[in-house]
Design a protein around this ligand. Structure first.
Ligand code: GLN
Length: 477
C-alpha cells in the first residue's frame, strides 16, 4: 500500500489536487482488507457499495459540493445499525438479521459523505476486552498475531491499525474504544455520556454506552465527534448543548493542572514498562511547566465490581428481547413457546453473554437487589462525585489506559476476574460519565503498542482534544 495518511485534511488536499481519487482510496483499502483477512477484523465488507459511493463522491468533489468527511473511508463496529445492512453484535442470536433503519450517527456520517467500507468484528454484544467472545472468532493484533487486539471494538482497532480503512467507529461501555485503541496504536475517544446519540446502537448497558471514534490523528477524532455529536429527538439521554467546532479549535496554550493516579505507579498489577511510560510523561509535562500531582483515588478497588454489577444488570434487561420470537435466531429444536425462548437463548448466546445475563438477573432479583444493585448505584454516585471533585481541582486526570500490554490470545479468557481487571483504568470515566481519550505513544520493547489515557471535565471534549494534540506532539520531542 502507498503510505497511509494520518489526517483526513491531507487526503482532502490530495483529492482537490487530483493526486488521488476516492475510488483509488477505496480500492487500496479493499486490497488491504483482502491481504489481511487472516486478522478476522471484518465480518462483512461492503465492497461494491463502497466503490459505487466512491465513484459518485469523486463527481461530487469535482462539483465542489462534497461534505466535511469526503474522502474518509470508515469501518463500523457490528453493533451499529445501518439500514438494509446486516448487524449481529457478533452474536449467533442475531445471525442473518438485517437492520430496518439507520442509527443517528450513520445518518450524520453519510450526510457528510463518509464512505462505510464494512462492519467489524467485536466481542459478542460488546461484552469483553479481548475480542475473544465473538461468535465469529477472535481478531488478531496486527503488531503480533498471537496477541489480542483488545475489545470489544477489536475489529475496528485492527482495521485502522492495518490500513484497511482510514478510521473506525466503535462503542465504549467501559473501555471498548480506548482499550483496543491502546492495544493497536490508534487514538480512541470516549465522549461525555450524552454527547453522541445512542439511537440505533445495539444496547449493552444503556447508562454507560457511548459511541466513539478510533482515528490516526486528533484532528480526525475531532471532526468525527463534531459530525456525530448533538441533540437527537430519538435519544432521551442526549445533551442539547451546542456542538463546538472541535476540529477548528485544537490550538493549545497555557499551563494545566494534571492529576495522576498514584496507584498506577505503585500497584504490582501494573506492567513495569507502562509505569515507566507514565513516569516519563509526568516528568515531561512538569518540565513544560504544567502542575502534575499524584492523587490517590480512594474508590479504586470498587470501580471494577461496581461497573460489572451495574452493566450486567442493565445487560440482563436489554438482552431480554432476544427471545427467538421477535428477531434473530430461533432454535429448530423448540416445540412450544417456552422451549422457543429457552432453546433459542441457550443456543444463540455465547458463554460470556449468558454469564452476564445470569449474574445481572441475580443482582436485580428481590432479596439481592438492595445488597448488590442498589448498593452499586450508591457507589457509582460516590465514584462520580469524587471524580468530579478531582476535576474541579485539576484539568485532566492522567493514567495508563490498560494495566498490561496486549496479552496472548487465550491467556485471560478462562478467568473472567483477570479479564475484568484489565478494565481498571477505563471504567472510572464510564462510571462518572466523563470524556476520556487513549493516546498512542509508540511501541514497548516487545514492539507492541503503548498508550496513556487522559480524562477530562464533562463536555470539555474541546479542551481534552486540544491538550491531546499537544501531548502527542510532546511525545515526538
Ligand atoms: N471490557 C468491558 C466489558 O466487558 C468493556 C466493554 C465495553 O466497553 N463494551 O464490559
Amino acid at each position: 500500500m502507498t503510505e497511509l495518511y494520518t489526517n483526513l485534511s491531507d487526503i482532502q488536499a490530495d483529492l482537490q489536487q487530483g493526486k488521488t481519487s476516492v475510488v483509488k482510496l477505496v480500492e487500496e483499502y479493499l486490497s488491504q482488507i483482502k491481504l489481511h483477512s487472516h486478522l478476522n477484523a471484518f465480518l462483512e465488507v461492503f465492497d461494491q457499495e463502497a466503490l459505487g459511493c466512491a465513484k459518485a463522491l469523486d463527481d461530487k468533489i469535482k462539483s465542489g459540493k462534497a461534505g466535511k468527511l469526503a474522502g474518509l473511508v470508515l469501518a463500523i463496529k457490528d453493533n451499529i445499525c445501518y439500514k438494509d445492512h446486516k448487524v449481529s453484535a457478533s452474536s449467533k442470536i442475531l445471525e442473518g438479521f438485517t437492520s430496518i433503519y439507520s442509527s443517528t450517527i450513520i445518518e450524520r456520517l453519510l450526510a457528510e459523505d463518509a464512505i462505510i467500507i464494512g462492519r467489524t468484528n467485536s466481542d459478542e454484544f460488546a461484552m469483553g476486552g479481548s475480542n475473544e467472545t465473538s461468535h465469529y472468532g477472535p481478531v488478531k493484533n496486527y503488531a503480533d498475531t498471537n496477541k489480542v487486539p483488545g475489545g470489544s471494538s477489536g475489529g475496528a482497532a485492527v482495521a485502522v491499525q492495518a490500513g484497511m480503512c482510514h478510521a473506525a467507529i466503535g462503542t465504549d461501555t467501559g473501555g471498548s474504544v480506548r482499550q483496543p485503541a491502546a492495544f493497536c496504536g490508534s487514538i480512541g475517544l470516549r465522549p461525555t455520556y450524552g454527547r453522541i446519540s445512542r439511537y440505533g446502537i445495539i444496547a449493552y448497558a444503556s447508562s454507560f454506552d457511548q459511541v466513539g471514534p478510533l482515528a490516526r490523528s486528533v484532528e480526525d477524532a475531532a471532526i468525527l465527534l463534531e459530525v456525530m455529536a448533538g441533540a437527537d429527538e430519538y435519544d432521551a439521554t442526549i445533551s442539547h448543548r451546542p456542538v463546538p467546532e472541535y476540529q477548528k479549535d485544537l490550538a493549545f496554550k497555557g499551563k494545566k493542572k494534571i492529576a495522576f493516579i498514584e496507584e498506577a505507579l505503585t500497584s504490582p498489577g501494573v506492567d513495569q514498562e507502562i509505569k515507566d511510560v507514565l513516569l516519563q510523561y509526568i516528568e515531561k509535562l512538569k518540565s513544560e511547566g504544567h502542575i502534575v500531582e499524584p492523587i490517590s483515588f480512594e474508590y479504586m478497588d470498587y470501580v471494577v465490581p461496581t461497573y460489572y454489577i451495574l452493566t450486567m444488570a442493565e445487560a440482563s434487561s436489554n438482552l431480554a428481547k432476544y427471545d427467538g420470537v421477535h428477531f434473530g435466531y430461533r432454535s429448530p429444536n423448540a416445540t412450544d413457546l417456552e422451549s422457543t425462548y429457552k432453546k433459542s437463548r441457550s443456543e444463540g448466546f455465547g458463554k460470556e453473554v449468558k454469564r452476564r445475563i445470569m449474574l445481572g438477573t441475580f443482582v436485580l432479583s428481590s432479596g439481592y437487589y438492595d445488597a448488590y444493585y442498589a448498593k452499586a448505584q450508591k457507589i457509582r454516585r460516590l465514584i462520580r462525585d469524587k471524580t468530579l471533585e478531582i476535576l474541579h481541582d485539576y484539568d485532566f486526570i492522567l493514567s495508563p489506559t490498560t494495566p498490561t500490554p496486549p496479552f496472548n490470545i487465550g491467556e485471560n479468557i478462562k478467568d473472567p476476574i483477570v479479564m475484568y481487571l484489565e478494565d481498571i483504568f477505563t471504567v472510572q470515566a464510564a462510571l462518572a460519565g466523563i470524556p476520556a481519550i487513549s493516546l498512542p505513544l509508540g511501541n514497548n520493547a516487545a514492539g507492541l503498542p503503548s498508550a496513556l489515557q487522559l480524562s477530562g471535565k464533562c463536555f470539555d471534549e474541546a479542551g481534552l482534544l486540544a491538550f491531546s494534540k499537544y501531548f502527542l506532539e510532546l511525545s515526538k520531542n
